[in-house]
Design a protein around this ligand. Structure first.
Ligand SMILES: Cc1cc2nc3c(=O)[nH]c(=O)nc-3n(C[C@H](O)[C@H](O)[C@H](O)COP(=O)(O)OP(=O)(O)OC[C@H]3O[C@@H](n4cnc5c(N)ncnc54)[C@H](O)[C@@H]3O)c2cc1C
Length: 475
């Protein structure tokens, strides 16, 4: 017999986790199925981390609506759920007088979408705000509502809070088929069958696959690759705002931005590909990022590069987010085509989907919903007395494992013991930043492996970087 849940969420990216958290406010049994070993293993782990102000999407679209609501929610949730967010503001640069009408159009679009505080400044005013900007900048759209967020921190926070409120997470569980039944849906996985009254399709670049299994109105998602170059924290202060480029004769443009953890990020490219798993980086991609980012900020010190990475946008042919009950598939709710600004929009998408399901099911809000969650203490950033107190209570917080980011054994143990907790080196990295620094885990990996092996009760040969098959040592 199949296990039964009221709602089954496919995919534990930021959208699936946000939906699970919102659904867990209701009297519903919830299960999240994820093919990888952890949350935040798809596109949610590889993006710009920008909380968009909301001037890009066309007024009236789902993208515009979710972006605006998500921007407001993230600000609030970063406090309630304790993840890193900073409202640093953003600037869209214009390099050519002929493109000024396009900049003004962006301004008007933002106003129509309800973005507050937008203004256009001259090139000189822009350089006064950000001294590293190029002399070629002729004007800029400034948006104080723009921000930056930790994509891992936000996704993990949604997942932990959903789990605390009863949602069950099943990792390394790949959905292989979905069938409509009289009661709802039968979901086939490589670990057995699950029955659910409602399905939330939050499968990222694979969302078209599941949608098309149940609806006659077919959709199509193209993976659109974006490559990045990430620089050391030493140069993270080169700009304070997120610096975008106005799409124009130089192409779609790349950004230069500080991250919430103080690094400098440049990218992404935009190339349509066929392979939904291809997150490789390329020499061409890296050169293109460098060349185009230096149009905005000529002095980006690429000698301070620490790594490159890429992510895949889930671009649906129609160009907008597809959110809601799929045509001809009662009880099957899509969160499909969630490309940028999907990270920004995730809490709003979760809220919207859960309201639709609550209405369809008649589920009531729980009285005992726990709305708050505290993150793992960042020991190195604590005031000295608090740090000393914590180390006295638990000496593991005093044993530094990752020297670049100053991450202690205690924080790594916390990352593993949380629910859902880290079961791989990447899982630890995304939760507490061990290995995220200048040496990119070159020195601390063996120690982190020892801690994982000890905590999970497995031999060192079984410790993986991410999914099974990524073991680090043999014999
Ligand atoms: C280059 C780039 C830059 C971006 N920059 C920004 C930005 O700055 N700001 C912003 O707001 N947005 C940005 N985005 C968009 C944002 O990252 C995404 O919209 C968001 O992460 C999508 O989340 P998701 O949960 O829908 O998808 P994902 O994170 O991909 O999650 C889907 C999950 O489903 C799982 N899954 C798939 N198939 C199955 C299956 N068969 N069984 C079980 N599980 C399955 C996957 O493993 C994955 O974990 C960017 C995207 C890219 C690629």
């Amino acid at each position: 017999m199949s296990e039964y849940f009221d709602v089954c969420v496919i995919g534990a990216g930021v959208v699936g986790c946000a939906a699970a958290r919102e659904l867990s406010k209701y009297d519903l049994t919830i299960c999240v199925l994820e093919k990888e070993e952890d949350v935040c293993s798809g596109t949610s782990k590889a993006n710009s981390g920008i909380v968009h102000a909301g001037h890009d999407a066309k007024p009236g679209t789902m993208k515009a609506r979710m972006n605006l609501r998500g921007n407001a929610l993230i600000k609030e949730l970063s406090k309630t759920l304790d993840f890193h967010f900073r409202q640093n503001g953003s600037m869209v640069l214009c390099f050519d007088e002929n493109d000024l009408p396009a900049l003004e159009e962006l301004y008007e679009r933002g106003v129509a979408n309800g973005v507050e505080g937008l203004k256009i400044v001259s090139g000189d005013e822009a350089r006064e705000m950000e001294s590293a900007l190029s002399d070629k900048v002729v004007a800029s759209l400034v948006s104080p509502a723009g921000g930056i967020v930790c994509p891992f921190g936000m996704t993990v926070a949604f997942a932990e809070n959903a789990a605390e409120n009863g949602a069950k997470f099943r990792f390394l569980t790949e959905v292989t088929g979905i069938e409509k039944t009289d009661e709802g849906y039968k979901i086939e996985t490589d670990r057995g069958k699950i029955a659910a009254k409602y399905v939330v399709n939050a499968a990222g670049v694979y969302a078209d696959r599941f949608h098309n299994m149940v609806s006659d109105r077919k959709i199509h998602i193209t993976p659109r690759k974006g490559e990045y170059v990430l620089l050391d924290r030493e140069v993270g202060g080169l700009t304070d705002h997120t610096i975008f480029q106005l799409p124009g004769k130089y192409g779609k443009g790349v950004l230069v931005t500080p991250t919430v953890h103080g690094n400098l990020l440049t990218g992404p490219t935009a190339v349509d590909i066929d392979d939904k798993e291809d997150t490789s980086t390329t020499a061409d991609g890296t050169s293109s990022v460098k060349e185009r980012a230096s149009l905005s900020v000529p002095s980006v010190p690429y000698g301070k590069t620490i790594t490159g990475f890429s992510g895949l946008r889930a671009h649906e042919d129609g160009g907008d987010f597809i959110i809601g009950e799929a045509e001809g598939a009662k009880g099957f709710f899509d969160c499909a085509g969630i490309e940028s600004p999907g990270l920004t929009s995730a809490p709003a998408i979760g809220e919207y989907i859960s309201e639709l399901i609550a209405r369809a099911s008649g589920a009531k809000k729980k009285e005992n919903f726990v709305s708050e969650r505290r993150g793992i203490p960042e020991v190195a950033k604590l005031p000295p007395e608090e740090r000393a107190k914590l180390i006295k209570e638990n000496p593991a917080y005093g044993r530094i494992v990752c020297r670049c980011e100053e991450i202690s054994e205690g924080e790594i143990v916390d990352a593993i013991r949380r629910v859902p907790g880290a079961v791989s080196l990447d899982g630890i990295k995304r939760r507490v930043r061990q290995g995220m620094g200048r040496c990119q885990a070159g020195f601390c990996t063996p120690l982190a492996m020892e801690i994982l092996a000890r905590e999970l009760g497995i031999p060192m040969e079984k410790v993986t970087k991410n999914r099974p098959g990524s073991e680090q040592i043999t014999g």
